[in-house]
Design a protein. Structure first.
Length: 198
């Protein structure tokens, strides 16, 4: 499999195992670009990150996330990608709204990546404390239910991604950005799920 990962700031955190400074003070993302230029590569894995990547923004086919504010190890053309991992998050919605938005983005991505064998919908990182005020923790159950429903009604290549829940100490803010320990734990669990090795 040749894998591409599409995500946002939290995705960048668990992909790199790094914290992230918010709000972003450098609009050119120079620190992140420098870090990724020196970050080890993984066999047959590349990644694109669109920061601020609420699912509603991915509904715009011209959203910069499809190219990436920052990227890592982009060496394969989209036609060569056989496994896509798309990270789902954003502002709260009803389950029907999540499903509709997910379906719209799936259609874009199947067109952009015509030779996929596996297409994983990766839910945002959630939490073990159901009373947490953190947005990603509150949203994960609804996102997961929407993903599972879409997968049941889709072709066999659409799959549910890794479901990760952290202690409250794994989150750095009310949106769901991760601490260093949260990023590292998420990275280990997600990489194991997708069999990604440094």
């Amino acid at each position: 499999m040749i894998t591409e990962l599409l995500g946002f700031s939290q995705t960048y955190q668990w992909y790199t195992g790094q914290p992230f400074v918010f709000p972003i003070t450098d609009p050119t993302f120079a620190p992140q670009k420098k870090f990724l230029a020196e970050y080890p590569t993984f066999a047959n894995v590349q990644a694109r990150f669109g920061f601020g990547g609420d699912l509603s923004r991915w509904k715009d086919p011209d959203f910069i996330g499809y190219e990436g504010h920052v990227v890592h190890n982009i060496i394969n053309d989209r036609t060569e990608i056989t496994r896509l991992i798309f990270n789902v998050s954003g502002e709260s919605r009803t389950i029907d709204e999540w499903m509709a938005d997910i379906k719209t983005v799936i259609a874009f991505l199947l067109n952009k990546y015509p030779n996929l064998k596996e297409f994983y919908l990766q839910p945002v990182i959630g939490g073990l404390d159901n009373t947490s005020p953190v947005r990603s923790v509150k949203n994960q159950p609804t996102i997961l239910e929407a993903i599972e429903t879409v997968v049941k009604k889709s072709s066999g290549i659409i799959k549910v991604g890794a479901v990760v829940k952290l202690e409250s100490s794994g989150f750095n803010d009310s949106i769901g950005h991760l601490t260093m320990s949260g990023a590292l734990k998420s990275r280990a669990l997600i990489f194991k799920f997708y069999d990604i090795h440094p």
